[in-house]
Design a protein. Structure first.
Length: 92
């Protein structure tokens, strides 16, 4: 069964470059379908790396940045209940 997959021009170009390099290095002609199957199979075997590549890059704040952030807050010496906060956020 064959299914078409849309790829960007850049991806298409990279596939063609890989095809050409494989032909130069090995002397074998490889179809783009064979190449994609090999890439997907290889990636599937190390799928944790592929999954991780889609995670957001999160860099936690440094201690200095946390201190600087917290230094901007002040105590107004007013006690606020959870109910008051809920009323402000969600309405009475």
């Amino acid at each position: 069964m064959s299914t078409s997959v849309k790829v960007t021009d850049t991806t298409k170009s990279r596939l063609e470059e890989l095809q050409a390099e494989i032909r130069l290095e090995t002397g074998r002609n490889v179809t783009q379908q064979d190449l994609l199957e090999r890439i997907v199979t290889s990636s599937y075997e190390s799928k944790d790396e592929v999954i991780d590549s889609f995670r957001d890059e999160f860099e936690p704040l440094s201690d200095e940045e946390i201190d600087r952030w917290l230094s901007g807050s002040s105590d107004w010496e007013v006690e606020t209940s959870e109910e008051e906060i809920d009323d402000v956020l969600y309405g009475p």
